[in-house]
Design a protein around this ligand. Structure first.
Ligand code: FAD
Length: 408
């Protein structure tokens, strides 16, 4: 029932449309029967099912390691997330985490690391996780305190991570720890930590409003072979940011999927519900709501697929990805709230699709950079451009637009 006209936009090629069509049909046939009462079991099932059908091949890069393409195609990742999110939040989560948890290996891994992990991620045999956040370092990730000291042929990790998705069920974690080459973000390194490593424990499971596996992790005298260092010592923050660059845009796409489902549900209810001898959709107040929801959704989708398309052209998309995540997650929250309103009392009954969406969307405005962080990124990029332009004008003796205004 979903409006698919966005697939006609020039951001997409025929292969993108084909992938979306195939995934939509696969999701309709395979996701409805997955019981979500036990999220650990459901996630394991979903990772296996997705892997069996080959979908995580799009979340990694390098055909020699089981990927669909040599380089991750951001538009495909976004289309897969949008489509899965429309069908099942947990399926989107399972796919996204295979990508986020292994993205650093695709981007920075050695040949040996790629061969050891990526094929198992691609077929759903290994579950991946990304462990950056700590109790004292969330938005300010560069302030992380978990420490790694070099000791012979190993690094020894001591510290904590929290709010880690797939915590408790992951087979390996890409974890970030302070190695101290420099102050702040320049003194952090990235490591691959197998879940069975002595000294690594899941300290606490965390329950959230849209249940999925989430945990606080503990590292105590946890020895990681040097061969599991990802990238160069002190380069871990760059590893984290490059990985997030890909997946931040895909968070926007997941928000689009939730919002699109909410709009479908709102349209369906508004055209079915009779009140005051009319359909709810006959009232102009309802039509205004639906029009705003559809318009906000298209605006968010345009920003999202612009960012994805630009990245696939090899462009840096720091500003565009931030605009997309900010707009799509905030718009989706409002659209879903509108759908709950149209559903009335039924909209807040546990288990109704719009009630589930209402819980699913909330965390997307917080993780992988809260909305305020995205605003700061956009502003920083704008102000950097202005400063560069003013410096160029000063060097060429032109006082620039501000100077011209003074003399006008
Ligand atoms: C469901 C869920 C899953 C997660 N999964 C993972 C994961 O897999 N791996 C991982 O490493 N982390 C994960 N996280 C952690 C997530 O990345 C952090 O929650 C996020 O970075 C925010 O950090 P914080 O919670 O410490 O909030 P804080 O850093 O304390 O920020 C609190 C609030 O302050 C505001 N804020 C932030 N910066 C500014 C600013 N400069 N100016 C004004 N206001 C500001 C924002 O509104 C923000 O929400 C997950 C979180 C959730 C909720």
């Amino acid at each position: 029932m979903s409006d698919k006209t966005y697939l006609d936009w020039p951001f997409f090629e025929d292969r993108h449309r084909r992938i979306e069509r195939e995934l939509d049909a696969w999701a309709a046939a395979n996701l409805a029967g997955v019981h979500e009462d036990d999220v650990d079991a459901a996630c394991r099932t979903l990772v296996r099912k997705l892997g069996g059908a080959g979908w995580p091949r799009y979340a990694i890069g390098g055909t020699a390691y089981g990927a669909a393409y040599e380089v991750i195609d951001t538009r495909v990742i976004c289309l897969v997330r949008e489509t899965l999110a429309r069908h099942s939040g947990l399926a989107d989560f399972a796919f996204a985490m295979q990508g986020l948890g292994s993205g650093a290996i695709t981007l920075f891994g050695t040949e040996e690391q790629k061969r050891a992990y990526l094929p198992r991620v691609a077929c759903g045999e290994a579950i991946a996780a990304f462990a950056l956040s700590e109790p004292g370092a969330g938005s300010d990730a560069g302030a992380l305190a978990c420490a790694a000291r070099a000791d012979g042929d190993a690094y020894v990790l001591d510290g904590e991570k929290t709010l880690i998705s797939n915590g408790g069920i992951a087979d390996f974690y890409v974890a970030f720890a302070r190695t101290g080459e420099a102050e702040g973000s320049r003194g952090i390194s990235a490591f691959i930590v197998d879940a069975a490593t002595p000294g690594f424990t899941v300290a606490e499971r965390i329950e959230v409003i849209a249940p999925h596996p989430l945990a606080r992790l503990s590292f105590k005298n946890c020895r990681i072979p040097r061969s599991r260092l990802l990238g160069v010592p002190g380069g871990g923050f760059k590893v984290a940011m490059r990985t997030l660059d890909i997946f931040r845009t895909s968070v926007a796409a997941a928000a689009l999927g939730f919002a699109r489902r909410a709009l479908d549900e709102a349209l369906q209810r508004a055209t079915a519900r009779t009140m005051f001898k009319q359909k709810l959709a006959d009232f102009q107040l309802t039509q205004a709501k639906l029009a705003q929801m559809a318009t906000d959704l298209d605006a968010a989708a345009l920003l999202t697929y612009r960012a994805a398309w630009l990245r696939d052209q090899g462009k840096t998309i720091t500003r565009e990805a931030a605009m997309a995540k900010l707009t799509a997650t905030e718009a989706a929250q409002t659209i879903i709230d509108g759908a709950v309103q149209i559903w009335g009392g039924l909209g807040v009954v546990s288990g109704q699709p719009v009630e589930k969406l209402y819980r699913e969307i909330r965390a997307l405005r917080i993780y992988e950079g809260a909305s305020e962080v995205q605003q700061l990124i956009v502003a920083r990029e704008l102000l950097r451009d202005v400063a560069a332009s003013q410096a160029r004008n000063a060097a060429s003796g032109d006082s620039g637009p501000a100077g011209r205004r003074e003399t006008a």
